[in-house]
Design a protein around this ligand. Structure first.
Ligand code: CP
Ligand code: NVA
Length: 304
């Protein structure tokens, strides 16, 4: 088992499935109110260089439920890579904490953090990927469908960190993954090439949303301007408007297709109110499962 959780690409199918089994077990215990203090006496520092609701609250609450302690370090606290070198922070926090979770801008900083930390590092999002999100997402799909056989996932929108992690997952679990982005906003080319090379899934990158959602079991979207791209928001809105997930687009997908979004959503942009609040939406199950899956990731890393 890899020391850190930086990318789904570092994990095998069996390791991913073991995390899902543990997630399900911990979720059941949480629902039953049964204590599961698997991280008693352990502490986790959480470095946030960007804002967060779900990642912060799910990790912090999850660590509490595991009997451990999580410390929140805001964008003003550490200034990773600015106030202090990444490798120094990695070595300092490793002297205090048993595990580190970080949300950073640059992916190379995440890799450097993991390289110099002597304790496990969990990636809570970078500009390049968002592995905990996609682990929770596919776990949610498995819960709702009961299995992951013959799965067609269509991701509509920006070829961003979330899209890249979907591609990483498709290199491990078989699926038909369609990424539908406007020209110039496709996902990371190297990630795509590596996933296709793995030969596990069919991965298409197309630009026609109606064709993309045809026969989809899941229609997934995310914001058009990610954190750090706020200055481009107005220009992106014009380019991405044809990629809005609305009821017209959903009428071209399977009638029982699930709608997913990692949240936060910009209602009225990438997704309309009627779709995100509609019967096909499972966005809040998805948000809840961040906590259960991340608890399993923490326990797995601390017990290896
Ligand atoms: N989906 C997600 O990571 O949400 P936050 O940015 O609120 O943590
Ligand atoms: N792509 C989004 C995901 C937020 C969870 C961003 O990076 O802002």
């Amino acid at each position: 088992m890899h020391k850190d959780f930086i990318s789904i690409a570092d994990y095998t199918k069996e390791e991913i499935e073991a995390i899902f089994d543990l997630s399900a077990e911990l979720k059941e215990k949480t629902k039953r109110g049964e204590a599961h203090h698997l991280c008693k006496g352990k502490s986790m520092s959480m470095i946030f260089a960007k804002p967060s609701a779900r990642t912060r609250v799910s990790f912090e609450t999850g660590m509490y439920q595991l009997g451990g302690y999580a410390l929140y370090l805001s964008p003003n606290d550490i200034g990773i890579g600015k106030r202090e070198a990444v490798k120094d922070i990695a070595r300092v926090l490793s002297r205090y904490n048993d595990i580190i979770m970080a949300r950073l801008f640059e992916h190379k900083h995440m890799e450097e953090l993991a390289e110099y930390a002597t304790v496990p590092v969990i990636n809570g999002l970078t500009d390049y990927n968002h592995p905990c999100q996609i682990m929770a997402d596919i776990f949610t799909v498995r819960e709702h469908r009961g299995h992951l056989d013959n799965l067609k996932i269509t991701y509509i929108g920006d070829g961003n960190n979330v899209a890249n992690s979907w591609i990483n997952l498709a290199a491990k679990l078989p699926m038909h993954l369609v990424i539908c982005s406007p020209s110039g906003y496709e996902p990371h080319a190297g990630t795509l090439a590596a996933a296709r090379q793995a030969g596990i899934s069919t991965i298409e990158v197309i630009s026609d949303p109606k064709a993309a959602v045809k026969e989809a079991d899941v229609v997934y979207t995310d914001v058009w301007a990610s954190m750090g791209q706020e200055a481009e928001a107005a220009q992106r809105r014009k380019i991405f408007m044809p990629y809005q997930v609305n009821s017209d687009l959903m009428s071209h997908a399977r009638r029982d297709a699930y709608v997913m979004h990692c949240l936060p959503a910009h209602r009225g942009d990438e997704i309309t109110d009627e779709v995100i609040d509609g019967a096909q939406s499972i966005v809040f199950d998805e948000a809840e499962n961040r906590m259960h899956v991340q608890k399993a990731i923490i326990v797995t890393l601390l017990n290896k």
